[in-house]
Design a binder for this molecule. Structure first.
Ligand code: KG4
Ligand code: ZN
Length: 385
């Protein structure tokens, strides 16, 4: 980041945020790092679902076709024009290179043409920031592409947690437990050593024939099943050295084998009640327990009793219920506060990018136009106790 070479007016700050790291082409305008004025998410899922996963070439082409319309829609819904903006933020990493380059280059061009500050944002930090965002009360339920009727937290009802806290970043590409000292200062305590948790949901979903992405479909099927019907193995990692690391490849294989056995007896996996739903519920329970085991160990060892979640898997109903239920339990040390973004801001969106972009601007930091896209997460500190 560069120190300020521009003047940030005192008062309202509005930032346009662009996200194009994978298969969502998204843009949003956020005011003062908190209020979501618009949130447009154009999903490419139908174009990738037929291939059971994201096809990078298709993703970057779709971003190129859609980015102008998505940004225009975000400005129109916010009732603003380019002259009303104080900055433009875009995700520069991690993600698919060709996809990242579309949003990043568009943001740079936009900022350059309008003489606006430009901010390159880390996708994972943006996910962690999502829980600090709120809709302006007048705009609630009128925008975005998330689940209808989702209860929103009334504006100002629950103050954003102060730093430090523990972050739980769970998406299709990452499972990270970290100590968070500021919006841009995290220390990775533990991570998956193989598949990400969302990836495990997606692979199991593929086996069910639900296609990509499958987290939400497995979550739904699991609600009709018994989570205690099957006992899947919990990974046994080297706790001494990496006590917060996680692993999902063993669970994924065990679940797929169980589904195979079920099918070989004539069972049909997709559908409502029965063994298919029991397997999904037992898988989901185990997948979330793997996260919680490391997370609660980190709560115990660090003494931090606030957890902030982010990423697509943070929308998972079992994870949300389980963490909410831990609140006052002895298992979690008696007083655990868990903060989630609203479900529609868990997956990839532009609001989390615009929101964190405001914070950099407030600090007077911008990025040079020479910043390029990077596929990898690099840049986070890693800590082993
Ligand atoms: O954060 P995200 O939108 O994209 C990445 O940065 O990866 O996360 C997408 C992941 C996918 O693996 C998807 O299956 C998973 O989040 N996901 C869920 C749920 N909703 C989305 N996983 C479990 N339960 C859900 N309800
Ligand atoms: Zn993401």
């Amino acid at each position: 980041m560069n120190p300020a070479g521009f003047f940030v007016a005192w008062g309202t700050m509005r930032v346009l945020g662009i996200e194009s790291s994978c298969d969502e082409c998204a843009a949003s305008v956020v005011e003062d790092g908190r209020w979501v004025l618009s949130n447009v998410v154009a999903t490419q899922i139908p174009f990738h679902a037929v291939f059971d996963g994201v096809v990078p070439e298709i993703a970057s082409r779709k971003h190129t076709e859609w980015i102008y319309g998505v940004v225009k829609e975000a400005l129109d819904r916010a009732g603003l024009g380019p002259a009303d903006l104080d900055g433009v933020a875009a995700v520069s990493r991690p993600g698919l290179l060709g996809s990242l380059l579309v949003g990043l280059s568009f943001a740079k061009g936009f900022a350059w043409a309008r003489g606006l500050p430009f901010i390159a944002v880390n996708h994972m930090l943006a996910h962690l920031y999502a829980s600090r965002l709120e809709d302006l009360p007048a705009l609630q339920h009128t925008q975005g592409s998330g689940p209808a009727g989702e209860p929103e937290i009334p504006a100002g009802a629950s103050p954003a947690p102060g730093y430090p806290f523990l972050g739980l970043l769970v998406s299709g590409g990452h499972s990270i437990i970290c100590r968070v000292d500021d919006f841009d200062d995290i220390t990775v305590l533990g991570a998956t050593i193989d598949d990400a948790v969302g990836e495990a949901f997606d692979k199991v979903s593929k086996f069910y024939g639900f296609g990509y992405p499958g987290g939400a479909a497995i979550d739904k099927l699991a609600q009709a099943g018994n989570p205690d019907a099957f006992r899947f193995p919990l990974p046994n990692l080297h706790k001494g050295q990496h006590p917060y690391d996680m692993s999902y490849s063993g669970l994924k294989t065990a679940v797929i084998n169980q589904l195979d056995r079920f099918r070989s007896r004539g069972g049909r996996a997709p559908g409502g009640n029965g063994e298919g739903a029991d397997i999904a519920a037992s898988f989901q329970k185990t997948a979330i327990e793997i996260l919680l085991r490391s997370l609660l160990r980190a709560v115990h060892d660090t003494g931090l009793n606030t957890i902030v979640a982010g990423g697509g898997v943070a929308a998972n109903s079992y994870l949300r219920a389980r963490l909410a239920g831990l609140g006052a339990s002895p298992e979690a040390g008696g007083s655990l506060r868990c903060v989630f973004p609203p479900a529609r801001l868990c997956g990839d969106n532009g609001a989390m990018v615009a929101g964190i972009g405001c914070r950099y601007l407030e600090r007077g930091e911008t990025s040079p136009f020479t910043v390029s896209a990077s596929a990898r997460v690099e840049g986070f500190k890693r800590k082993y106790p």
